[in-house]
Design a protein around this ligand. Structure first.
Ligand code: HEC
Length: 112
């Protein structure tokens, strides 16, 4: 029984870790690929810019989730990207989902 519970627990952790990546891949990667900045800044650039701007993961996630929930040229951290591509469209995702995605973007070993 204990073994079974442990198995369930580890399966859940694997699922939780990979599902935030799946959310990013499903909703963001079409525009934000790791290396091709044809349509939008790369995920690597975004991670770098946001990590420079926010000292903690909490602040990084909070700002990114709020901003992506309602993209606004006036508060963008990458104004040169707004000039180049136009402001990002609103995607209609809820805050819980956006926080998961932002948390993935903070932790993901991008550009390594
Ligand atoms: C249809 C294309 C498209 C999709 C899909 C998209 N983005 Fe963007 N995104 C853009 C473009 C274009 C910009 C650059 C202009 C800007 O900053 O508004 C941008 C900018 C950003 C920025 C930088 C904002 C700043 O502070 O300047 C973040 C962070 C971001 N996107 C996160 C996301 C996340 C997270 C998702 C998925 C939930 C996502 N984007 C999906 C096109 C897209």
């Amino acid at each position: 029984m204990t073994k079974f519970l442990l198995l369930c627990l580890s399966a859940f952790y694997l699922y939780a870790a990979s599902s935030s990546e799946t959310l990013f891949n499903g909703n963001c990667v079409t525009c934000h690929t790791p290396s091709d900045a044809a349509a939008a800044p790369t995920s690597v650039e975004m991670q770098k810019t946001y990590k420079k701007a926010f000292a903690t993961k909490e602040k990084f996630v909070e700002f990114m989730a709020t901003w992506v929930g309602k993209p606004d040229a006036k508060t963008a951290l990458m104004p040169e990207a707004v000039t180049k591509y136009g402001v990002m469209p609103e995607l209609g995702l809820d805050q819980a989902t956006l926080k998961e995605i932002a948390s993935f973007l903070y932790d993901a070993p991008l550009g390594k």
